[in-house]
Design a protein around this ligand. Structure first.
Ligand code: SAJ
Length: 453
């Protein structure tokens, strides 16, 4: 069985190397030589992981895959011989929150012009509801002259990758497969049975596409609720994390304490980044616009996006407040930022809140230096060593909850900073300890001042 996985990113690489282990599968990764990702072709063919963050098991899985004949190419001719084609390329939204489907459109035309009868095409990239059965199906049919569901199979099956758990999530999280016909769905389910050891549910395309987007919009709304609640707690002089522990302690599943079907307050933070949450709500709303018969316009989901996108501004408010308490003007200050990645323990900085903070702060301060243990290079933000970042700074801002930031030496920090102030955007430092060590401290969700006696 010839399998082609298109797009060697956070979704495509773990899936391809797991499929390469399946007896009888000959797997090839197809990756165009783009400026951003072309380097992955040689990297993977040399047996190296393209991920800098911690990815348990990925190195061994890649070398095992190479032994099983896995390789990566930029030559689309490989599509001519494929029995299974899985598309895992990114589907971003532009600045006006419009889905950018140009890349995937070009790709589907190429696939359609090359694919053989009987091929199974599985789209994993997140798309607006209706895209698989609509745009993608017509692109494949027009460029192949074949009929979907008759001459070839077409499914949408969404990924649930999380940097740091790439292999685990594919193997052990439930999988949804939505086909344009029942037979297509069955073919898709059979494919994923080779890698997914959890429940695989068959459904239709539209339901699968909508489930993916509602799942991530649900998470985004929950995070927005945490962010708004944190601001309320700051104003009231209450610790949000104390409130969270009390609320989430409602009777829960005693046999599985971390599973609480009744309450699950999320964590507030310096913002919501990554490859999924910042865009998936907009993909959902775009699909709704296409299909909406009554012109329904959701309000909660877009508002949650605005709340989450406003968090870097809240961080700036905390920075200027704490500097003013120390008679330092923002305009003359030197800011030390810890964390460029969008979440802890990864090198992924796509849609990172730190990028927004950097853009908002740069014109308003004297200097801003950024550190991240997992990132050496960024296309427009210079990275510094920790010592260079914090020395002679007026405010230390924690933007990403990397584990190593939990152990920074406050004594050392107090010695090398010009003004000892801290703003904690990820609740990684202990306020009392910081205050005792002589710092001014503000944190998202941490009491600003005691307003109610
Ligand atoms: N975040 C918060 N508070 C929270 C949780 C996350 O501020 O309580 C922030 C993170 O710092 C990050 C952003 O939100 O900036 C996204 O974090 P995430 O944990 O949702 O991580 P992602 O983007 O990798 O989300 C993925 C999603 N998976 C896919 O769509 C493939 C999401 O559906 C999963 O729920 C999530 O992983 C997960 O739970 O691991």
């Amino acid at each position: 069985m010839n399998v082609v996985v298109v797009g060697m990113g956070y979704v495509g690489v773990p899936l391809a190397v797991l499929l390469a282990e399946v007896p009888g599968f000959s797997v090839v990764g197809l990756q165009r030589r783009s400026e951003r990702s072309g380097w992955k072709i040689n990297c993977l063919n040399m047996g190296d992981s393209p991920f800098a963050g911690r990815e348990p098991g990925i190195d061994d899985q890649i070398s095992l895959a190479l032994k099983n004949g896995f390789r990566v190419t930029d030559d689309p001719e490989i599509l001519d011989h494929a029995d299974i084609i899985i598309i895992t390329v990114q589907t971003p939204v532009d600045d006006s929150r419009k889905p950018r489907l140009d890349n995937i459109t070009r790709l589907f035309k190429e696939i359609g012009s090359r694919m053989r009868p009987g091929v199974l095409v599985s789209l994993e990239s997140t798309v607006p509801p209706g895209t698989t059965e609509g745009l993608m199906r017509s692109l494949l049919e027009e460029s192949s002259g074949m009929a979907a569901g008759v001459d070839f199979h077409l499914v949408f099956s969404y990924e649930r990758v999380t940097p740091g758990k790439l292999l685990y999530n594919i193997r052990f999280l439930p999988r949804v497969v939505g086909g344009i016909t029942k037979e297509c769905t069955e073919h898709g389910v059979q494919l994923y049975r080779n890698v997914c050891q959890s429940r695989i549910t068959g459904t239709d395309c539209l339901t699968a596409e909508t489930s993916k987007l509602i799942e991530n919009s649900y998470r985004d709304v929950n995070i927005a609720f945490a962010n708004e609640s944190a601001k309320i707690c700051e104003e009231l002089g209450v610790n949000y994390f104390t409130v969270k522990a009390l609320v989430n302690a409602l009777p829960n599943d005693k046999s599985n304490p971390s599973n609480n079907p009744f309450r699950s307050l999320h964590n507030p933070g310096s913002g919501v980044g990554g490859h999924c949450l910042p865009k998936d709500s907009w993909l959902l709303l775009d699909g709704l616009k296409t299909y909406s018969k009554r012109g329904y316009h959701p309000s909660l989901i877009p508002l949650a996006r605005e709340i989450n996108d406003s968090m870097p501004l809240h961080v700036i408010q905390l920075i200027s407040e704490t500097l003013l308490e120390n008679k330092v003007e923002l305009s003359g200050s030197k800011i030390a930022v810890l964390g460029l990645a969008y979440k802890e323990e990864t090198d992924d900085y796509r849609n990172s809140p730190t990028e927004s903070l950097f853009d908002l702060l740069t014109p308003r301060v004297r200097e801003i230096k950024v550190h991240d243990p997992f990132i050496i290079k960024h296309h427009r933000i210079k990275l510094y060593e920790y010592e260079q970042t914090v020395t002679n700074s007026d405010c230390l801002v924690v933007m990403t909850g990397h584990n190593e930031y939990r152990d920074i030496s406050l004594e050392h920090l107090h010695r090398v900073m010009r003004t000892p102030t801290i703003v904690d955007g990820r609740n990684v430092l202990d306020m009392t300890e910081c205050l005792n060590k002589g710092f001014s401290f503000k944190g998202i969700g941490i009491p600003n001042q005691r307003t109610i006696r």
